[in-house]
Design a binder for this molecule. Structure first.
Ligand code: SF4
Ligand code: SF4
Length: 70
């Protein structure tokens, strides 16, 4: 299975909920980046490990994560 996880990076508030909930521990805040709101945005480190469970997308308070599986 292949998965694709898309973040609306500029709307992320860096709350870390998606980081905490990912069962594969592949969601991290990117400390090297700052988005338009001034936060370190979340992203996936290793998409090949993603099981497309969509836990990250469900927990995001601002619904900025989209999970697709192929
Ligand atoms: S879909 Fe599941 S495994 Fe993939 S990044 Fe989100 S929480 Fe992690
Ligand atoms: S849960 Fe949403 S707002 Fe919070 S860090 Fe993750 S993507 Fe950003």
């Amino acid at each position: 299975m292949e998965a694709k996880v898309t973040f609306n990076v500029d709307r992320c508030k860096g709350c870390g909920l998606c980081v905490a909930v990912c069962p594969k521990k592949i969601v991290e805040l990117d400390m090297n980046a700052t988005n338009r709101k001034g936060y370190h945005p979340a992203g996936v480190t290793d998409i090949t490990q993603c099981i497309a469970c969509a836990s990250c997308a469900k927990i995001c308070p601002d619904s900025i994560i989209t999970v697709e599986k192929f």
